[in-house]
Design a protein around this ligand. Structure first.
Ligand SMILES: C[S@@+](CC[C@H](N)C(=O)[O-])C[C@H]1O[C@@H](n2cnc3c(N)ncnc32)[C@H](O)[C@@H]1O
Length: 267
């Protein structure tokens, strides 16, 4: 807890990322990874491999953009930096370990921005009495025409989580309303990816399962709220929380899919 608090205090981050709780969530990933390292390893290997496969398929290698670069657990940074003229890592903030890793390469830059584009609308609007939900607004990346690869790394289903959590604190919305808004945020992200004339690599969860001690699925939900993704190149299981991490009676397992789509195709 003390390490996490110090990290929160010393990490440079935009105001909305601190006030909205985004920075706290980013730091929590690091702590969760420390506890669940062995269970996460196959998922992280698979994610890195999916990104490397997408790199191999790029005919031109000017700029690679990674959305949801986080703490670089699932990002093959060396491979990207060696293959591309420029690599842009995008997340709400970058912890010291990420900044150090990026500094090893002259061609890696860090961008802190809200990829969903709703945080300020919630914090400065809804939280102050506005009753209209902000429209998701994707970021504008410098030098967009040079982007030959765009990666969305285990980010899609995370995008609506903090916004919906914030909205619940300020508005009396039904679960259906929140699910519709969450789907809207994810759809805008998919449309944004599709708008790039670049190779797209999308890694995202398609199911969240609770697994009992006998290995049976006792609960399953769709984190995409009905959105359908392009057919995946690969899917795999990720034990996000082994027994005891979030519950004594079940483990949490995500089904993850990775798809690579060519320039002009929709992810
Ligand atoms: C499950 S983690 C992905 C793991 C990450 N690829 C890594 O290797 O550490 C989801 C990431 O999405 C980021 N994220 C969530 N909402 C975001 C937003 N609105 N804008 C930018 N990044 C966001 C989080 O900060 C976190 O780093």
């Amino acid at each position: 807890m003390i390490i996490e608090a110090l990290t929160w205090l010393t990490t440079p981050a935009p105001d909305w990322a601190r006030k909205g709780g985004y920075l706290k969530e980013l730091i929590a990933v690091q702590a969760r990874h420390r506890r669940c390292r062995a269970h996460w390893a196959p998922h992280l290997d698979n994610s890195r491999e999916a990104i490397q496969n997408a790199v191999q398929r790029c005919l031109q290698r000017r700029q690679a953009v990674v959305y949801g670069s986080g703490i670089l657990l699932d990002i093959p940074l060396t491979g990207l930096a060696e293959a591309f003229e420029r690599v842009t890592l995008v997340d709400v903030a970058h912890l010291r370990s990420t900044r150090r890793a990026a500094q090893r390469f002259k061609n890696v830059r860090l961008v802190e921005t809200d990829i969903a584009g709703v945080s300020n609308g919630i914090l400065l609007g809804v939280a102050k009495g506005a009753d209209t939900l902000p429209r998701p607004t994707p970021p504008v990346i410098d030098d967009t025409p040079s982007i030959d690869l765009i990666v969305s790394a285990n980010l899609l289903t995370q995008l609506p989580l903090t916004p919906c959590h914030l909205l619940k604190q300020h508005l009396d919305l039904s679960e259906d309303d929140l699910n519709t808004y969450a789907r809207y945020i994810m759809q805008v992200h998919l449309d944004h990816l599709a708008s790039f004339d670049a190779m797209k690599c999308l890694i995202a969860e398609t199911a969240i399962q609770h697994i009992d001690e006998q290995g049976q699925i006792v609960h399953e939900r769709d984190p995409l709220n009905g959105l359908v993704l392009a057919s995946p190149d690969r899917t795999w299981e990720w034990t996000v929380a082994p027994h005891g991490e979030v519950s004594q009676s079940y483990a949490v397992r995500n089904i993850v899919s990775a798809s690579t789509t060519m320039p002009h195709q929709r992810p």
